[in-house]
Write a protein of this length. Structure first.
Length: 235
């Protein structure tokens, strides 16, 4: 399948209701409003195709950009490729659920995520923290430096309340993910999450949401889910 064929199939799958939902979360034209599950049959036909993924991502169409993340070959992407994708990720559904997810399957994931976390830019920071969520929730615990993850928890404790809104949300999710999926620091994550307390995340034209990693971790403790790992990162 080429670019034109994929765009036609995506357009045919678009739904006005889904489009409105995406736009209410920050997406803007061009987009079709394709449910992510509806993309799976096309993805099965294409499998991984980095050149086509690059063409789709470059359209600026939200649905095409999302689909690009599904068929991208993360191990074929360089640091500059991921930086370029982040440059075009104009809202959190692209930064955290397309770019960060794709990065999480690359060998250079931690290197790039660390750079983004240190960037001071809201969506790059959000993507960096989110990437670690996908990594910790999928890879074996011994693939991470315990001291490094412990230091990152301290950064969350000391800076989350003053961080940009989307970064706050990703940092909260990071702390929750450590508590759920990274057994060496489960207790520390619980302790810090309790100390931090609820986090207010302000949203444009919507009511603030309140996130509480401690409560989320406790729910998983009650369900016996501690140590949970995803089988796959991408769909």
């Amino acid at each position: 399948m080429n670019l034109e064929m994929v765009m036609k199939e995506l357009e045919a799958l678009g739904k006005e209701r889904t489009k409105k939902m995406y736009m209410s979360n920050g997406a803007h034209e061009p987009l079709f409003g394709v449910a992510t599950g509806a993309m799976k049959p096309i993805a099965k036909k294409i499998k991984l195709n980095q050149p086509l993924a690059e063409e789709l991502y470059a359209t600026g169409n939200y649905d095409a950009m999302y689909f690009a993340g599904i068929i991208a070959d993360p191990k074929a992407m360089t640091v500059s490729d991921f930086d370029r994708w982040m440059d075009s990720a104009y809202f959190y559904m692209l930064s955290d659920y397309v770019v960060a997810v794709t990065l999480a399957e690359a060998d250079i994931a931690q290197e790039v995520a660390d750079k983004w976390i240190a960037s001071g830019e809201e969506l790059r920071m959000s993507a960096g923290w989110s990437c670690y969520c996908w990594l910790l929730g999928n890879r074996l615990d011994d693939e991470f430096s315990e001291s490094k993850i412990a230091n990152m928890i301290e950064i969350v404790k000391n800076t989350i309340h003053e961080s940009p809104e989307r970064t706050k949300s990703a940092m909260n999710n990071f702390l929750y993910t450590v508590g759920l999926s990274y057994l060496p620091l489960h207790e520390k994550a619980v302790e810090i999450a309790k100390e931090i307390g609820p986090i207010e995340v302000k949203r444009d034209k919507k009511k603030s949401s309140f996130l509480h990693a401690y409560e989320s971790i406790q729910k998983d403790v009650d369900k016996g889910r501690i140590g949970f790992k995803r089988k796959y990162v991408r769909c």
